[in-house]
Ligand binder design. Sequence first.
Ligand code: WT7
Length: 637
Amino acid sequence: MENRSSFTINNLEKYFRQYRRSVRAPRKFWSEIAQNYEWMSPWEKVLEYDMNDANFSWFIGGKLNITQNALDRHISIRPDKTAILFEPNDPNEKAQAISYTELLSRVNQLANVLKKEGIQKGDRVCIYLPMIPELAISVLACARIGAIHSVVFAGFSSSAVAARIQDATCKMVITSDGGYRGNKTINLKGIIDEALISCPTIEKVLVFRRTNEPVNMVPGRDLEAAQLLEQASNHCEPTIMDAEDPLFILYTSGSTGKPKGMVHTTGGYMVYTGFTFKNVFQYQEEDIFWCTADIGWITGHSYLLYGALLNGATTVMFEGIPSYPDFGRFWEIIDKHQITHLYTAPTAIRSLAKESLSWVEKHDLSSLKVLGSVGEPINEEAWHWYDDHIGHKSCPIVDTWWQTETGGILISPLPFVTPTKPTYATLPLPGVQPALVDDKGNEIEGNRKSGNLCITFPWPSIARTIWGDHQRYKDTYFKAYPGKYFTGDGALRDEVGYYRITGRVDDIVIVSGHNLGTAPIEDAINEHPSVAESALVGFPHDVKGNALYGFIILKDEAVQTDYEQLKKEINQHVSDHIGPIAKLDKIQFVSGLPKTRSGKIMRRILRKIAEGDFSNFGDISTLLNPEIVEEIVKGVQ
Ligand code: WT7
């Protein structure tokens, strides 16, 4: 970014000034920010919106291609600068530095292959790859030609991938033979083969090689990426996109039903992720930025990839896991690559804080300047451990609150600008207008208050819809509190107006930073032949933040009486249907569930039991079967 004065907010007074401007005159504010990018033709109108119908258009009529801004624009300024620094799973394998020039060339080659194989603007391409450079290149190649990418995290099971491919009616899958994670090798192509049995819209499967293990190649459908790339030109004109053309679909869990394909569009997403990357990390030209999230999640899309490249940054892509080959891996990588910015999740911090400090102390972390946290509330202990032992009290921690739906960070300190406060995401970024609302929908004014967190005005990267189901988009986010976007989170506002996110107020549980809807997991459990009914709740867990607790009613005719075996089977079932991340930590077989007269499970009671708090269940007189509560408690004790 060219550091025009409005773009970089580097002191607190400027933050407040820009914030006030962004609220008073949002159109003027955002059009100034948007001018820092290259547009093929300018927009005619900055914003049109309707919070009740959930319609948002930003930079209307503007034409652009996001890859021109993320790649081509840097070639004249920083052609040889490393764009992607790839650190393999195996520390003995050489790291790879891919320059902006090389990245553009590889993106163009792949874009030409996609075109040759019939992919056109607007077609959906599913990307199911491990954290290797080809993943980033595939995403950018889609964007180059206007194909809508739908990245599915490579830890999802074949039925979860199939459901996502079907929902978006994808035409192509890009995958690899396999992938490495710690000491495991995962057969990704095998998972795709199984998924594709039920995906008739897929015409071609493009296969990259990573593990070089033999895979089944279906003639006419499956293509060797390397062969096609060899013949492809490295020149490809960026397709002209309308600001509101979809850039990607990314699935997130719903509290009910199937996953929601959140749709993000081109112009607003580019403007917002570029702007927030620059400010939330105060990125400087020589910095090395490491976001540990997988590109399969929104954090990887917005900050590992797009936000970083839009700013001409060097962004690190790590294939492995924090515990392989040992618990010093993160710290070794920081030392090795002289990383200045570490952006990771509280669950990773907690899991590493549990291990001996000697893993940290072996490595020189003095290159670090800024630490980031994302994905779930960070508890006080983890915050201080991060601050003391990783930042040595001289690296500000940016606790960034946002969602797949928001496209970019909405509430966060700016490092060296906003005084931080442990466990607080602090202040809204410019253009973001938060509100706390009570259960009746009344806005809660003033400080030292808590409530349901809503946003009252659109920002450029707000999701535009749920793929194929605008009604569900409206119902999920805009119905509870008319005129406002409801986040699903609870928050409190302290005496100076800082926000602290207290957690989900709906049936979504965040386990190790992964957003899991309880209903789809219950559906999977209920498909087990011995299960009659189930109810899942989250409970606090030292490392994962939350873990899942399942209360399960078995069928009368369930023949299986080896309960431990049954628990294993149920978890295997969950793993097959959703993925290993959704496995239950605790299972309790019960004879009934606390239900209201209208048949609704009273989850509030189950949450208390799961937390181990059996004291105060509040009013249970509206229950149809109050006696069941005592029975379940006895079962735990
Ligand atoms: C949910 C969104 C957006 C990045 C990855 C997660 C929780 C996210 C924080 C934070 C407290 C946080 C919220 C939110 N969350 N960041 N800094 N403090 N909670 O994206 O999978 O769409 O999950 O993650 O509950 O609603 P996601």
